[in-house]
Design a protein around this ligand. Structure first.
Ligand code: GLU
Length: 306
């Protein structure tokens, strides 16, 4: 490991126990970083949806599957002044505006037949100060949005290649005053020296927004690798309700963390019994590009390596 070689990271939200999909992504993020001689950092994204005790259980699970990390764990809740600074900088550059739209109004606007799907259409971009005052008088609280100067941005992804995606007036600070994920992640990756982001491919579509934000803040854009998710038997993203999907559930079935690692490695086309073996043997160019679809009854009985 060499600090000048940069860092990778895993950035879980402490909203509950990890399921096998989270553990599989963590294993990959760790293996990518370690294979490149990078530091591997952990960041707890606790601005939202925190469940008591979840952070410690998540860290324990990572240790149980043989992952290690460098330095103290960073918590976003301890970094609010840094997000504020970044938001102020964008505001001073004329790149923000207040948005009073309700969730419902946004939903209606973003599903309108014109305009890119899901992109905020800029309803509040041109509000006058008296219109803003009127909204405030109605008791509406303003979110702060980016005044984006483009509608697309291209990023490079190790698995997906060049990816051109939508950029819109992303929320920087929510109506309740909490900095938004897309802003915090950009500020934190840069502050932590993260130059390699390995995460689930459900986040690929948000990545052009984040990379664009980084350029506006004069921050470097990391290298990305968006890895396939784990799906349940119906093809939906794995969730707690899908049965025995956590390490604790698996333990109750008599399946050890080592066996879980073996199954995760197997799902990635690698024969390995430990994370260390996985690291030695995996080849990022040959990782599956398709999601791993689990069986119906809590899976590992089916998917365990022979
Ligand atoms: N905290 C996010 C999640 O748990 C991940 C964010 C990221 O890796 O950038 O889904």
């Amino acid at each position: 490991m060499n600090a000048s070689l940069g860092a990778g990271r895993y950035a879980p939200s402490p909203s509950g126990d990890f399921h096998l999909g989270n553990l599989r992504t963590a294993l990959l993020a760790w293996a990518f970083a370690r294979a490149d001689g990078k530091r591997f950092l952990l960041r707890v994204e606790d601005l939202d949806r925190v469940r008591r005790g979840a952070e410690q259980r998540q860290l324990d699970d990572l240790t149980a599957i043989g992952l290690d990390w460098d330095g103290p764990v960073l918590r976003q809740s301890e970094r609010l002044p840094h997000y504020r600074q970044a938001i102020d900088r964008l505001t001073e550059a004329g790149l923000t505006y207040e948005c009073f739209c309700t969730r419902r109004e946004i939903q209606q606007a973003t599903s309108a037949p014109h305009g890119p799907m899901g992109a905020y259409p800029g309803t509040c971009r041109t509000l006058t100060s008296s219109q803003r005052a009127e909204f405030r008088a109605q008791g509406r609280r303003a979110a702060l949005r980016l005044r984006a100067r483009r509608t697309q941005f291209e990023i490079v992804d190790e698995l997906h290649g060049d990816y051109l995606g939508q950029v819109d007036d992303v929320v920087l600070r929510r109506g309740d005053g909490i900095p938004a994920y897309n802003l915090a992640v950009v500020v934190d990756d840069a502050a932590q020296g993260v130059d390699q982001v390995v995460r689930g491919d459900d986040l690929l579509a948000s990545t052009p927004r984040q990379a664009y934000l980084a350029t506006l803040l004069d921050l470097p854009i990391p290298r990305y690798a968006h890895v396939p998710l784990v799906l349940n038997a119906t093809g939906a993203r794995l969730a707690k309700r899908d049965g025995a999907v956590t390490l604790a559930d698996q333990r109750e079935l008599g399946i050890t963390p080592t066996q879980v690692v073996t199954a995760l490695a197997h799902s990635l086309g690698v024969r390995a019994q430990t994370s260390a073996q996985f690291l030695e043997r995996f080849d990022r160019a040959r990782l599956p590009r398709e999601p791993w679809v689990l069986g119906t009854n809590g899976l590992l009985q089916h998917d365990r390596c022979p």
